[in-house]
Design a protein. Structure first.
Length: 400
């Protein structure tokens, strides 16, 4: 009878002095280029221990040999045993953070926000009776049963849908996993209805963008509602109409949802129909927002500009800043006296100050008198605990 294979030694890494300092300061990422030494090859999802230059424990994290982001740190400081109790405590901390944020009129929100909640490369969103687990690294594949068990204990009888970033979908097939896979319960048609501050929305949790809806703009939607009364509202890059519904509930005189995607506009119309108490006229317009804004002669009292990311890599940052300025310029042109511009960005490569300054500079160049009403970044359930996680920003300006 052959001998059993000897247990593998713990995967041990040492990193550059700069990376060591970053990890010690709480940064959750270690790049391939920062790894100076390791005792053997590692498998996706294996726990890797990082030691400092004095051979002392520095951190432990998920190892991914196929990603430039080689280790996603789970714990740093003193040694810890990452057993079931450790994982449960981490999830419960994330749930405790959200518990005071939402009343019974909201059952759509982020449950776990990746690195900022101590689950690097993993996001969990709730849509009514359904949870969507999105993975951004194959390192989570071996740990998925544990994650599902923790969620099942805290969200009994919830359906669970798996979403995968594009870069790991091929690796997922080797594990019998695929994007949009229903791991628990049923999701008829792939779409579920959830509520956000009393408004009903649909989320395409199986095939939709992100996890099915853009939950991160909830607080800015609530701000738009406060400014909407009696105003003619343009919601540009409307997607499924989130801002449109809030404006309508806020008493808008009229709402136009503008988007290039017919699929998105159809979703906006369905969302509006889910809320029969909304009485403001709602029109959908399918067009390229940049072209439409540049040539329309229509005037509005509230213009919302919430484009998809305009800088997906650092090399696109300067062009994105110019594009945000151009959008603001064309939006301001269409604002009536006393009108409000709401401009937002989800481009992580453009900082909040760069974005806000681009819009402010455009406002000043317009020659109109303006007042800054508000700036915003992440909602509390989407909190960003380190610089690279900061992507969302918005600014509200009123023009006299």
């Amino acid at each position: 009878m052959p001998d059993a294979p000897a247990p593998r030694s713990r995967l041990r890494l040492r990193v550059s002095p700069a990376a060591e300092a970053h990890v010690r300061a709480g940064h959750p990422w270690v790049y391939e280029s920062s790894v100076r030494d390791q005792n053997r090859d590692g498998d996706p999802g294996e726990l890797a221990v990082i030691y400092d230059r004095r051979d002392r424990f520095l951190a432990i994290g998920l190892y991914d040999p196929d990603s430039p982001l080689r280790v996603r740190v789970l714990h740093q400081g003193t040694p810890a045993t990452l057993d079931d109790a450790w994982w449960a405590a981490r999830l419960d901390a994330a749930l405790s953070l959200r518990e005071p944020l939402f009343g019974p009129d909201t059952d759509g929100y982020r449950v776990v926000n990746g690195e900022s909640d101590g689950f690097p490369g993993l996001v969990v969103d709730r849509y009514g009776p359904t949870l969507v687990v999105k993975l951004y690294t194959a390192a989570w594949f071996p740990h998925l049963p544990r994650v599902l068990g923790l969620l099942a204990a805290r969200f009994p009888e919830f359906a669970v849908v798996l979403r995968l970033s594009r870069n790991i979908q091929t690796a997922a097939t080797r594990q019998g996993l695929f994007d949009g896979q229903v791991l628990a319960g049923r999701v008829p048609g792939g779409t579920v209805v959830f509520h956000e501050t009393g408004l009903a929305f649909e989320a395409d949790v199986v095939r939709g963008q992100k996890t099915g809806f853009f939950l991160d703009q909830r607080e800015n939607r609530r701000r738009v509602e406060k400014y909407a009364r009696g105003r003619r509202v343009l919601n540009a890059f409307s997607f499924s109409g989130g801002f449109s519904l809030y404006a309508a509930r806020g008493g808008a005189a009229e709402v136009i949802s503008l988007d290039l995607s017919a699929h998105a506009l159809a979703s906006a119309e369905r969302n509006y129909a889910l809320n029969p108490r909304l009485s403001a006229p709602h029109e959908t317009v399918q067009a390229d927002v940049f072209e439409w804004l540049a040539h329309t002669e229509a005037d509005f009292d509230l213009v919302i500009l919430d484009p998809p990311s305009l800088a997906r890599r650092e090399a696109e940052r300067a062009g994105a800043i110019r594009a945000y300025g151009k959008l603001a310029h064309d939006g301001i042109r269409r604002l009536s006296r006393g009108g409000i511009l709401v401009s937002a960005s989800c481009s992580a490569h453009v900082s909040a100050d760069e974005f806000w300054d681009a819009v402010r500079d455009t406002a000043t160049a317009s020659g109109r008198s303006w007042t800054e009403l508000h700036t915003a970044q992440h909602a509390p359930d989407h909190h960003a605990a380190f610089p690279e996680a900061q992507y969302l920003k918005a600014i509200f300006l009123r023009f006299d």
